[in-house]
Design a protein around this ligand. Structure first.
Ligand code: SF4
Ligand code: ZN
Length: 540
């Protein structure tokens, strides 16, 4: 692990020799040479390949700081990688909380010393946490710097907080952690002094900061969620919850020592949805006691009316790891992982049955394959799966598979659709803009609570709830403009108008929205005002 971390860090630090080469290359580029030939003309010594573009960017900044180079934004734009298309329009920053035990005892969950429960120190998502000693400020600041170096827009940031069960950490740690992440985005208070205005002050400053927090995700266990926790998450600015569902079969939950029932889990999910949060479920095939056939049935249970019906899904096939208790079962011959072929077949069967309102974020967890004792080691399963589905003439219609990819879209050809489904406690409207070729240009999730909201949050009385507005296209720097990018076609506004109309017709007097800190300004401009936990507007 240590070596990996050091090697990775090295990638972002440059030796004097590399800077010298970068200076030569920069001089040639300034003189008019094209980037690639200039890079290739100056290979690194000892067959180490060629200098990366981010080294050129670093050399540029160093040159400007020393006064050796004139600041030249066009030059910088040329040497930076061409902007990476973030189809979701937002850059995600993953941060890891400090090592702490989790109240859960799930037999499949890896435990590593000095790591938060369920994370391995050499998992890609966990590495920056380890390197920065789990310091939230340093994790965010270093990631912002990295994104900037490769020319990635950083004005809209989704914060993904990982590490065991968030709710199991003390409240003051949760608050401190979120505050420090936001302070790093605000580029303030590196010394961690008492902030002006407390957490609220930091949040207010972020609404107009250069790096705005447009989404905040935490992960927790369903049995730890209750009304008080949900209100607290809202105060922190959380907009999305990742919840371990794992299985919808009580006998499998018991066998795997999950510690809660299906009913408890579904009740928690319903409450989370009523409070407006977006729901990312983790579902785990190949648990102890499951078969490919029972997993097929289990997947169908996810989507039944009144069941989990997640907005996003991470399929994490159970992986056999030495660091988990399940390993002992395997040694005794009581557990057998599916082969890669069995798993691919299973996934190819179930993926096309996913409703169009859901986004499948992952089909496998990105655990380094050397940890996997037996079973599938292929972490690029997604591509193989796509090929297998294509061969069978099947297609996944989830959000991720339909996100618009064309750069120029003619707004006139977009069609609005409304997919309505029943979750038991709410009627959901998934309102979308689709292209003529069935690509998804944008969508809005509207929740209409059926009865008086049992959460008893006064602000939500008689209110319909917008849980998400998402318009795809290139992530643009604030103020930048690229013709045709979906974010600039006013799709969000049209979706909100439609949601208002539907809510009004259904008898609601108010429309609430679960806004992230950095999207409040957007909703303010569309007539919403700030309540304590949500933004609201009266429906005329
Ligand atoms: S609840 Fe999550 S983190 Fe805790 S033991 Fe179970 S799987 Fe691991
Ligand atoms: Zn899909």
């Amino acid at each position: 692990m240590k070596h990996d971390a050091i090697a990775w860090k090295k990638k972002r630090e440059y030796s004097p020799e590399e800077f010298a080469i970068a200076d030569l290359i920069l001089a040639e580029i300034i003189a008019g040479k094209a980037i690639q030939p200039a890079l290739r003309a100056h290979p690194l010594p000892a067959g180490r390949g060629f200098l990366a573009k981010h080294a050129l960017v670093a050399a540029y900044y160093q040159g400007v700081a020393k006064g050796d180079l004139m600041a030249a934004p066009e030059l910088l734009a040329r040497i930076r990688m061409k902007p990476i298309r973030t189809l979701s329009g937002v850059a995600t920053i993953t941060v890891l909380t400090k090592p702490a035990p989790c109240p859960g005892e799930c037999i499949f969950c890896p435990t590593e010393e000095n790591m938060p429960q369920s994370y391995l120190s050499d998992e890609p998502g966990a590495r920056r946490g380890v390197e920065n000693n789990f310091d939230p400020y340093r994790q965010v600041a270093s990631r912002l710097k990295g994104l900037h170096e490769v020319g990635h827009p950083t004005d809209k940031i989704e914060l993904l907080i990982l590490g065991g069960s968030w709710t199991a950490y003390p409240k003051d740690y949760q608050e401190w952690f979120v505050r420090r992440c936001l302070e790093a985005m605000n580029e303030e208070n590196p010394e961690d002094n008492a902030p002006e205005g407390g957490l609220l002050g930091v949040q207010i400053r972020n609404t107009m900061a250069q790096h705005r927090n447009v989404g905040m995700v935490i992960e927790t266990r369903p049995d730890l969620v209750n009304r008080e926790e949900l209100v607290f998450y809202r105060k922190l600015g959380v907009t999305k919850l990742q919840i371990g569902v794992q299985s919808l079969d009580d006998s499998i939950l018991v066998l795997n020592k999950r510690g809660h029932t299906v009913q408890e889990m579904v009740a928690a999910i319903q409450m989370i949805r009523l409070a407006g949060f977006k729901i990312v479920a983790h579902w785990m095939p190949n648990l102890l006691g499951a078969t490919p056939q029972s997993d097929r049935l289990d997947y169908a249970r996810l989507w039944r009316d009144g069941s989990v019906q997640p907005d996003e899904l991470k399929i994490y096939p159970c992986q056999l790891l030495k660091q988990a208790e399940l390993y002992e079962y395997w040694k005794r011959g009581e557990y057998k992982p599916y082969t890669e072929d069995e798993l691919t077949d299973l996934l190819a069967d179930i993926k096309p049955t996913t409703p169009r309102y859901c986004r499948i974020n992952r089909v496998i967890r990105d655990i380094p394959s050397n940890h996997v004792v037996e079973g599938n080691r292929n972490t690029s399963l997604r591509q193989d799966l796509a090929a297998r589905m294509q061969a069978k003439g099947q297609k996944c219609q989830c959000i991720r598979c339909r996100e618009v990819r064309s750069k120029d879209m003619d707004v006139e050809t977009l069609e609005m659709h409304d997919l309505v489904y029943d979750t038991g406690q709410t009627v959901e409207h998934f309102i979308s803009f689709d292209t003529a070729t069935d690509e998804l240009a944008g969508f809005l999730r509207l929740s209409l609570p059926k009865a008086n909201n049992p959460l008893a949050i006064a602000e939500l009385d008689s209110a319909a709830m917008i849980r998400e507005v998402h318009v795809f296209g290139q992530s643009l720097e604030i103020g930048a403009d690229i013709k045709g990018a979906a974010q600039h076609l006013g799709l969000g506004k049209k979706l909100i108008e439609q949601a208002s109309l539907i809510s009004l017709q259904a008898g609601f007097t108010h429309l609430a929205v679960i806004s992230a800190i950095g999207t409040r300004e957007y909703y303010r401009k569309r007539g919403f005002t700030e309540g304590e936990l949500y933004m609201q507007k009266a429906l005329a």
